[in-house]
Design a protein. Sequence first.
Length: 418
Amino acid sequence: MREKTMELIRPGMGTENALEIIAVMIKMARPLSILEVGAGDSTVAIADAIVAAKAEYLADKELAHNTEWAERSELLIPHAATSVYEPKFISIDNFSAPGCSAAQAWNTLNTAKYAALSVKTINCDFHNLSLQFFDDNLFDFIWLDAGSLVDDIRFIGKLWSRLAAGGFMVFHDPYFTVPVQEQTTQHQKLAMIRTPLWEFINKSNIKHVDILSIPEMHKYRQTGLGIIRKHHQWEENRRELFQEEMSTIGLAPVRFRATSLLSETLEQRNELTRKLMLLKNQSIRSVYCAVALGISELSEIQRTVKLDKEKVLRLLAKLMDAQMIRLQDGGYFENPQLWETLVHTSANDRMFNEFSDTKLEEAKYLDLIVSYLQPQKTYNEHEISSYCACFTDDFARLRRKLVDSKRLIRKDGIYQRI
């Protein structure tokens, strides 16, 4: 792949790393139908990847019919090696980009190496394609490298419904470079931020997709890849607790929230909880409701809640300190972002729930927990406490339960699994 592709790469194109990733994705996913919008060096990279994926498929198929044991055969899902894999590739370009290498790329596909490849080239503006084209095609892999951000949005509008479940939509250049100010030195430097489109996609909480950004931080342009993968039907978000699922597959019900990965998210949730706790106080709740109803003047708020001025000012100060209301142009106004955050948080509340200490002490969970301790090894109290803290904040209670249930023995501060 590399040698043939390099013939089309010119200094400054900057696609050498992106093409390697795309090629690997195709070999891993083995898409049956591939669409490229914007031909060039990527065309040959994709074609080479399809040839390699087909060769690997044929080798796997031969293994599936071979009665002799082979290490790789144990990795393969039977139907993946025995089903038909005949990928097709459609490349679209209208030769309008300055220095376009689409014609050279398409000519390369006419060589003997790609004779067995099912490929179709369409010399046309994508936006002028007939409706029949979209009705007739469903794609597993879509590579978009043409036009502007406006074009990308139009591509999504036309192609998202034509992306098969499990399929990938890959965008080039999801970042752009702007001057930013360093907090430590207060100096400006050039740095990358997400384009408006990629920022919107990442913030939108789009359901039933995986989103991945792969930036190339050292570049001014041609800055990496943005990848969206559409879920299969069976990949809907599951409602079981993380610990329940861990135990279902025979693993200890360790807490995920104990890891630093979720620390920022949990702190935001705790901060939101602290704000809402203010509303337990009836007087604060009355003042907040008055502001939420659009009463912005202090005197009107005072008359509405029937409290003296000093107390109303204290309550307003507490609400402003919690960023639930704001003072603007001499009036008090609600902060609507609080409720936007609350709605988003509430929708995902259950995933952060954890086993209670009582549930954790059920025999089946205790057995799973102790199973990860080595039978012949001795542990000091700090080691056992650290391990128990993976499952509960009250690690001392769990440690005692493991001893009292005779799953651990303790002698002179030393613990050992029974």
